[in-house]
Design a protein around this ligand. Sequence first.
Ligand code: NAD
Length: 377
Amino acid sequence: MKIFVPKESAEGESRVAASPDTIKKLTGRGAEIIVETGAGAKSRITDAAFEEAGAKIGDRSDAGSADVVLKVRRPTGDELSAYKSGAVVIAIMDPYGQDEALNAMAEAGILAFAMELMPRITRAQVMDVLSSQANLAGYRAVVDASHEFDRAFPMMMTAAGTVPAARVFVMGVGVAGLQAIATAKRLGAVVTATDVRPATKEQVESLGAKFVAVEDEEFKAAETSGGYAKEMSKEYQQKQAELVAKHIAKQDIVITTALIPGRPAPKLVSKDMVASMRPGSLLVDLAVERGGNVEGSRAGEIVEAGPARIIGYTNVSGRVSASASLLYAKNLSAFVETMLDKETGALAIDFDDELVKATLLTREGKVVHQNFGGAKA
Ligand code: NAD
């Protein structure tokens, strides 16, 4: 079985879909792996390090003979046309609202797998790219904020006077939000957080932060069986917005991470709330690529918004590229290993496996995933 790992072509993408560790693991299972020259450069992995681990260094033309292509981003049209029909292509496919791209992958005859659709079950924890990447994004959001902030995070009592601790408010307490809370606490900030899922209250408090939310009956029932957020009623959103508005006016830094799977990000911070902040305040909108939680945020930009600035960096985990690649590569290799025959190491995909069913987007020329028009599994 031949695996190809390309250099990512998307602008600004600094991650790579393999690491020396995963190369060792997969070659140990009998795979031949070709890594495109320079693929790891932005993640500080040299060609020599890949070679030492057992890979061959090749170029783009090696894509055509690969049985499996490991990528970070969904393949472009050019990349698709290079793959052989029947090739397995695994990446973060970003499939929602991308019908054209899905059809193109189907037409190319590939088996396209979307890592972000991996079920969050115990067996697949090691393959959970949403967690591995969100964790780093949450960390980096705080580091980015501290870099842009003109004040100190911790309280400092000096002979020349006292610097107050920064007040950080985290909105959305999933994987990214929890890491943002922990990082801001480590830097000495006074941290508060909110979420619509009641289970997060205890998690916030266990990190030493304070929970801020309207805790009515709707709130108490607001969690899907999968552990994700539900879209809340207009009435709840109104009450919560009033509470949040008062709170935000007193914050130095707001970090938003709120997402609802398959839907645009909920708008949580209005223009008026931004305008109510103190001069020099910052907002970091980690949901900017899904439409944003903060009114006025723009993908890839730092927007001046009255007294505050809104940081809208995209691909934030990629801003910690070496760590992000290490974890992402491990997520991928663990998934690939489930597709290999235990004895021969040959590709042997079990199409009844729940991991395959949950992540397979296209097969034999068709979009097969039920979320995107495919038949129900
Ligand atoms: P996510 O990225 O989908 O969303 C981030 C957070 O935003 C969530 O906590 C969500 O509740 C919150 N949110 C949505 N709308 C909001 C609103 N209007 N106001 C405030 N907050 C809002 O979340 P995630 O990080 O992927 O985590 C989602 C769930 O998955 C959690 O329950 C988490 O514990 C669980 N999880 C399970 C596993 C596993 O079992 N393997 C791994 C990771 C996460």
